[in-house]
Design a protein around this ligand. Structure first.
Ligand code: SF4
Length: 102
């Protein structure tokens, strides 16, 4: 699935005003339960009973896709989570520009 982040939308502006820098978008339906994300950053990832990861603190939008806005402090760990995910279902975008980091 293709995702985009539009810096001109109200929710992104609000997130930026609150000091957030990046948006994590997680496609939970495509998770295969490898748990690599949990190994990298268990502060934000945990395995659920259906053997898919949950994004702790995130909120669910349509079709079990999850979103979480983060600041610089968690950026590296969440980017690494995306890098180690074997099915590339963890995406990270820069809020200010909408650029996809991973
Ligand atoms: S690394 Fe990817 S596939 Fe594995 S549990 Fe995390 S999100 Fe799911």
């Amino acid at each position: 699935m293709e995702f985009t982040v539009d810096p001109n939308t109200l929710d992104v502006k609000k997130a930026l005003a609150a000091g957030k820098k990046y948006r994590v978008i997680y496609e939970r339906p495509a998770c295969i339960g490898a748990a690599a994300c949990v190994a990298v950053f268990d502060k934000r990832w945990e395995m659920a009973q259906d053997n898919k990861a949950n994004l702790k603190g995130g909120w669910k939008i349509d079709n079990d896709v999850w979103i979480l806005d983060i600041d610089d402090l968690e950026y590296e760990d969440l980017k690494t989570s995306g890098e180690v995910c074997p099915v590339n279902v963890i995406h990270v975008f820069k809020l200010e520009t909408g650029e996809k980091v991973i």
